[in-house]
Design a protein around this ligand. Structure first.
Ligand code: FE2
Ligand code: FE2
Length: 190
């Protein structure tokens, strides 16, 4: 069994060598944001940091690699994923983490697997990675004022706020809302 430090070092090295520089930097900021959110909401900070570093490791994979890795989770390929295969990068990364690095933590795997669309009923770590990916300080719309506003929110309020913004953004840009994203929002609001 590898230690956390060994595993983190291996995945960090993989992310650094397989992601474009800007993407790797986004991953580091997502990791730091996710760890901070975990601290705020009583989740495991190390797991949060690791999930952030690992979440986009398959973003530069070819379509063929993405599909062959992603379908190993046994879930169907949705209409949206079929149209834009790169949207499978979270599911693909979850497989790669297990097969190549021996990651067994089910919360980390779920968080990475569902970070693109979210999923109703997903664990708190997965919710926090979803949020961290969207509000890390490198994101264009993320201002000091915005972050200040999120400070007083409960975990669910924060997820609802980020999901709602994401859905408005997609609607404004004429993009489809994944059913899984809408289901996650409905499950938290209802
Ligand atoms: Fe991603
Ligand atoms: Fe990301």
């Amino acid at each position: 069994m590898k230690t956390y430090e060994t595993l983190l070092a291996e995945v960090t090295e993989y992310a650094k060598s397989h992601e474009k520089k800007e993407r790797y930097e986004h991953s580091v900021r997502t990791a730091a944001t996710c760890a901070e959110l975990c601290r705020r909401f009583g989740e495991d900070e190390q797991k949060g940091f690791f999930a952030g570093i690992a979440h986009d490791i398959c973003k530069e994979c070819s379509d063929m690699e993405l599909v062959s890795l992603a379908v190993k989770d046994g879930l169907p390929v949705s209409q949206i994923e079929r149209t834009k295969v790169s949207l499978l990068h979270g599911r693909a990364a979850a497989t790669l983490l297990q097969e190549q690095f021996g990651v067994t933590d089910s919360e980390i795997i779920e968080a990475v697997q569902h970070h693109t669309f979210g999923k109703a009923g997903m664990c708190n770590l997965a919710k926090l990675l979803y949020v961290a990916d969207k509000i890390e300080p490198g994101r264009e719309h993320i201002t000091e004022k915005y972050l200040k506003k999120t400070e007083g929110m409960s975990l669910n309020e924060l997820v609802i706020s980020v999901l709602s913004e994401n859905i408005s953004y997609l609607q404004e840009n004429g993009k489809k809302i994944a059913p899984a994203t809408q289901e996650l929002l409905d499950s938290l609001v209802g």
